[in-house]
Design a protein around this ligand. Structure first.
Ligand code: ZN
Length: 177
């Protein structure tokens, strides 16, 4: 499987053709006699939330470079989603949390319009259950905590995919986890 539509077989390098399989046109390798499936990439993130707001990171990578979002990223092949979310949180912000402390928050499906789709699983955790001071680490330009009010009063612009996740995390905190 590939996350972008494939032109060549990942196994043998043969140029792929279109073939109708299971009611859709698929990329097909005639040498291997198999479909090269085009599937979404699984991602996970975690919103750390406390009285100061939701911990957000300003992205320093495409897509959405310069926009603010909930820390997160791709799952490793053998990695459960909560473990990936905790790992990405630490890689991007230095904040550490036990994957077992995370609660499921949301799930969205998104595309950048370039043929790649992601399914992102969102978790949430109270800031009291985390360790470490939020600092700028990998693939981010800045980190900060925002409530809807402080976000609106700032220059920060949310990555469109993360607007609902940000508000869901704040609502989770306000309603008393
Ligand atoms: Zn092949």
């Amino acid at each position: 499987m590939t996350s972008y539509p494939a032109s060549f077989c990942p196994d043998c390098g043969t140029g792929l053709v279109d073939r109708a399989v299971d009611g859709r046109e698929r990329r097909f390798c005639e040498a291997c006699e198999r479909v090269v499936w085009h599937n979404p990439a699984p991602c996970a993130g975690v919103a750390v939330v406390g009285a100061e707001g939701v911990l957000l990171a300003q992205r320093d990578v495409a897509p959405g470079r310069g926009r603010w979002g909930v820390p997160g990223g791709h799952l490793e092949a053998d990695e459960p989603a909560p473990v990936a979310a905790a790992r990405e949180l630490e890689e991007e912000t230095g904040v550490r949390v036990d994957a077992d402390a995370l609660s499921l928050l949301d799930c969205f499906h998104a595309s950048n319009g370039d043929g790649k789709y992601v399914v992102s699983v969102g978790y949430v955790v109270h800031a009291d259950r985390c360790a470490g001071t939020a600092t700028v680490r990998d693939e981010v330009q800045a980190v900060g905590r925002f409530t809807p009010e402080t976000l609106a009063a700032s220059d920060a612009v949310l990555w469109a995919d993360h607007v609902e996740r940000f508000h869901a995390a704040w609502d989770w905190f306000r309603s008393g986890p």
